[in-house]
Each structure stands twice: as C-alpha cells, then as structure tokens.
Design a binder for this molecule. Structure first.
Ligand SMILES: C[S@@+](CC[C@H](N)C(=O)[O-])C[C@H]1O[C@@H](n2cnc3c(N)ncnc32)[C@H](O)[C@@H]1O
Length: 279
C-alpha cells in the first residue's frame, strides 16, 4: 500500500468534512467520530456524545483535583468535543483545539462564535504542536490513528503535559497478527487515510518510555453498533468498489468503513479508550 502523507490526510478532511457532518453526524452534535451505544442510550445525538461525556468526566475530575484546567484536543475536527467539555465544566478553563484541516478550523471558528466560547483554535500538525507546555489534559478522539509518526505524537503529548496531567486516546488498535486480516486492514487504512495502526502494547511501551504511565484502559468495541456483512459479500463489494472510478474521496472512505466493520466484528481491531498520566 502507498504511503499516506500529512497532505493526504489534510485533503481527505478538507474534501469530506461537510459530508461527514451532514450524513455521519447530527446537526446538534457535529462530531466526526463513531456513535457509542451503552445501555440506556437510544438516540443518535446521545450516542455521538458518549465519548464527549467520557472526556468531560475526566476533565471535571482533573479540574476538581488541580483547581485549574488547561486542556488541548489534538485533532479536534470542528471542535464538537472541545466545546462540549469547555461548556460542561463548572469553573473556567483554558481550551485549545488543533486540526490539520483549514476547512475544519474555519467551521470550528464559526461554531465558537455562535456558542460565545473562548476556546483557542489552531490549524497545525500534532507532530509539531506550536504551543509551549503547561497542559493538564491532552486528548485525541479518532485522530491518533492518522499519525505518520505515532512516537512523535506521543512525544509531543508528553511535552505538553504538566506532571500529573493526563493523556486520553480513543481510537482503533490492532488486535491480531492473523494474515486473513491483511486485505481488510489494507482497505481500512487506504480508505480512511490511516498511515499506521498499532497494537495497544506498542503504544503503551512507547508512552512509558516518554514518562506517560498507563492508568486506565477500556475496550469500547462492544458499545459500537457493528454492521458487518457476510465475508463473501463484503469481499465482492470491496473488489467492485476498487474497480469503480473513484472521482471523489468519499468512495474509498465508504470502502474503508466497510472494511473497518469487518475488522471490528472479527476482533482484528479494537476501539479502545486509553488514559495515561505524565510522571
Ligand atoms: C475522525 S476526525 C475526529 C475529529 C474529532 N476528534 C471528533 O471526534 O469529532 C480526525 C481528526 O484528526 C485530525 N488530524 C489528523 N492528522 C492530524 C495531524 N497530523 N495534526 C493535527 N490534526 C490531525 C483531522 O484534522 C481531524 O480533525
């Protein structure tokens, strides 16, 4: 498979963000991430906000413990989680959102104006964050997976955090070495512009070397609503899709979604919530 560059990822989000917001999100929530359906969640707006609420819970606990909160969302999309957390805290906090996509940064700035919030928004690369340290919370929802250099992302997260501060990753992690997974993993990575997918153990080991100690971990895959197809049908669609004229990047994205469903269903990929504490 060809190398996926930062420019590829940027172009993918610039071209698809409005489509994702219209067809993959909800007008109220505006997240660009998966819905989660724990028991009791029945509406899509709630399901899209479950991960926002998990981050908010962590942010509230940190703010209560530290008496302050500076947080940064690395890969903030159009700011939905950032604004959710900032407006859900009981005391003022400093919030920064960073996205690679100028289209997303523009939409986020408009949303911020509409909400009257004071979050700082940046169009930048999370491998080289143009900010000094001093943060209490760094998090990424479905953004770490786009890192060309996952180790460099983790180095930056570690640099940004104060001792005692926390890093949260919610993302896909590799959970197999089975060669039967290879074609599906390839389709997922190509369609969703994923340069690398790492095993949790690899991420944990790199993080530990950087002084980020694993604190909590949950497999949230059971909360996803999976729609895997019978293997033969999925393979047929994948091959058909690869032969279609792919004039718009939404076509490979849809094939990537299908491949991801197959991988999650088979247990080859897990959707995990990881929390680390900076020493
Ligand atoms: C699937 S979207 C998730 C957006 C947001 N976290 C959410 O949950 O709505 C992935 C995000 O990662 C960002 N991203 C990918 N690579 C990046 C990079 N190198 N630097 C900064 N942001 C990046 C994209 O710009 C996009 O905002």
């Amino acid at each position: 498979m060809t190398q996926i560059t930062r420019d590829d990822v940027r172009a993918y989000y610039d071209r698809n963000t409005r489509l994702f917001l219209r067809y993959g999100s909800s007008a109220e929530v505006q997240t660009i991430h998966r819905s989660l359906w724990p028991q009791g969640v029945t509406r899509i707006q709630q399901a899209l906000s479950v991960s926002n609420d998990l981050v908010l819970e962590e942010a509230r606990a940190l703010q209560a413990r530290l008496g302050r909160l500076r947080f940064v969302d690395l890969g903030c999309g159009v700011g939905a989680t950032l604004f959710h957390v900032l407006s859900g805290l009981s005391a003022p906090a400093q919030a920064v959102g960073l996205t690679l996509s100028p289209v997303q940064a523009h939409i986020a700035a408009e949303a911020r104006r509409g909400l009257g919030l004071s979050a700082h928004l940046l169009e930048a690369d999370f491998h080289h964050v143009p900010l000094a340290g001093g943060f209490d919370l760094v998090y990424s929802i479905e953004a770490f997976i786009h890192a060309q250099q996952p180790e460099q992302y983790l180095r930056e997260a570690a640099r940004l955090l104060n001792p005692g501060g926390r890093l949260i990753l919610l993302d896909d992690f590799l959970a197999t070495t089975d060669p039967r997974a290879d074609a599906w993993l390839d389709a997922y990575r190509t369609g969703w512009f994923v340069p690398h997918i790492q095993a949790v153990e690899t991420v944990r080991a790199t993080a530990l070397d950087l002084g980020l100690v694993p604190l909590a971990e949950r497999n949230l895959t059971p909360w996803l609503r999976l729609r895997a197809l019978p293997d033969g049908l999925a393979r047929f669609l994948l091959n058909l899709g690869k032969r279609l004229p792919q004039r718009h990047p939404i076509v490979p994205s849809m094939l990537g979604s299908m491949a991801l469903q197959q991988c999650l269903f088979a247990g080859w990929i897990e959707y995990r919530w990881l929390v680390f504490e900076k020493q």
